[in-house]
Design a protein around this ligand. Structure first.
Ligand SMILES: Nc1ncnc2c1ncn2[C@@H]1O[C@H](COP(=O)(O)OP(=O)(O)OP(=O)(O)O)[C@@H](O)[C@H]1O
Ligand SMILES: [Mg+2]
Length: 376
């Protein structure tokens, strides 16, 4: 039997603890061609939610396009992926699509791809020079609207990890995108990401191209009652006996982080596969095991940090994430001056070790936090 607790990948169908409200809200608003920024800390379940939303939208006959910006290492590559995914979303005769491509993007050489499942898509041939491709920037971003009108089917386009667009030639690409998409009435856009300060800056800063381009939806952790029920059912459905309070204990330890909860339950499921019985006293040893197994990774992260960064992490672990920069804790934990501390915290956020909500700093990986508490 396969371990039903999945982590490190988007979870779909029965592996997805249904976030009913968020799912319904997104399906409704994306069907209405809204533009939405979906923001949350890392590993809260954005991509999983998006994938489940897209499944529902597809059933409603909407053409859906999902682009992960982490997969695009340059703007040229992004455009190549973008065109390919848009043509893939429309189930239409290949020749017609080729005609459409030639008409809409004259002068760009198409590249035809056939997937193992037989789906054909047309991208931009990478051999086209960057200059040629960039000349068509506005036409490329117009593609979904044009196809939507022609096919009489709305589009939903998702850009996951959208903040990464800032890595490509600065504002020019954002401006070109804005110019195209602001007039589109048959296409909904979902911009998702976890680097919250960057994304908020993109939507809330007047001087940026995406200022007020859509509403912001923040994804919270999965509601506890819903999550307990999901985890409990998943154990039960695979023949395990476990009390709800044991699951609650797991969620307390992982502070309700969806990724860590699934990781923990995955371990429990493996450890007790023979007896299929898990008791409250089995939880702590499993946490010890996880921390021990993760030690090489955590040590290498720890080794890569400056002394000040380490002290700041210790301060957050022991003093709590609020008010760590008061005079008292600066003294107690031997922290630096204000600007040195701020630089170090910024770097810890860039490394995605810490996340920040207003003035509260939290660990993106609660196991790492626990590891520091116990081992350092
Ligand atoms: N609704 C859910 N039901 C069950 N598990 C979930 C759910 N959402 C997230 N998870 C767990 O969290 C993990 C991370 O989810 P996902 O990749 O969707 O998050 P993310 O916010 O996109 O993360 P990242 O910031 O790394 O892109 C999943 O592999 C799964 O273990
Ligand atoms: Mg994701």
């Amino acid at each position: 039997m396969k371990n039903p607790f999945r982590y490190g990948e988007a979870v779909l169908g029965e592996n997805f603890a249904d976030r009913k409200e968020e799912l319904n809200e997104l399906v409704r608003d994306l069907s209405d061609c809204e533009r939405i920024f979906l923001i949350s800390p890392r590993r809260y379940g954005k991509t999983s939610l998006i994938m489940n939303v897209l499944e529902v939208l597809k059933l409603k006959g909407i053409c859906t396009v999902y682009i992960d910006l982490y997969k695009a290492t340059s703007l040229h590559k992004l455009l190549e992926i973008y065109v390919r995914e848009i043509t893939r979303a429309v189930e239409t005769k290949f020749e017609r699509m080729l005609d459409f491509f030639k008409k809409t993007l004259p002068g760009l050489r198409p590249k035809v791809t056939v997937d193992p499942d037989g789906t054909t898509s047309i991208g931009i041939e990478y051999a086209n020079s960057k200059e040629d491709t960039f000349r068509f920037l506005d036409k490329i971003f117009d593609l979904p609207q044009k196809l939507a009108v022609e096919k009489k089917r709305n589009f939903v386009v998702v850009f996951d990890e959208f903040q990464e667009i800032r890595e490509f030639n600065g504002e020019a690409i954002e401006k070109a995108m804005r110019a195209s998409i602001q007039h589109q009435d048959k296409v909904a856009y979902l911009f998702a990401g976890s680097k919250r300060h960057l994304l908020y800056d993109m939507v809330a800063n007047r001087s940026r191209a995406f200022y007020m381009m859509g509403r912001v939806m923040t994804l919270e952790k999965i509601q506890r009652t819903e999550f307990i029920e999901f985890l409990f059912d998943t154990f039960q459905n695979t023949g395990f006996s476990i009390e709800q309070n044991s699951i609650e204990h797991v969620l307390n330890l992982v502070e309700d982080f969806p990724y860590n909860a699934q990781f923990f339950c995955h371990k429990l499921w493996d450890n007790f596969y023979d007896t299929k019985e898990i008791n409250l006293q089995d939880i702590e040893p499993t946490l010890d095991q996880i921390l021990t197994e993760n030690t090489p990774i955590y040590l290498s992260i720890w080794d890569g940090l400056s002394l000040l960064q380490r002290r700041l992490l210790e301060a957050i672990v022991h003093a709590g994430s609020k008010d760590i920069l008061t005079n008292k804790s600066i003294k107690k934990y031997d922290l630096g001056n204000i600007s040195a501390n701020q630089t170090a915290l910024k770097s810890l956020m860039e490394k995605q070790i810490l996340d920040r909500e207003n003035d509260v700093f939290c660990f993106t990986d609660v196991f790492f936090k626990e590891w520091i508490r116990r081992k350092i």
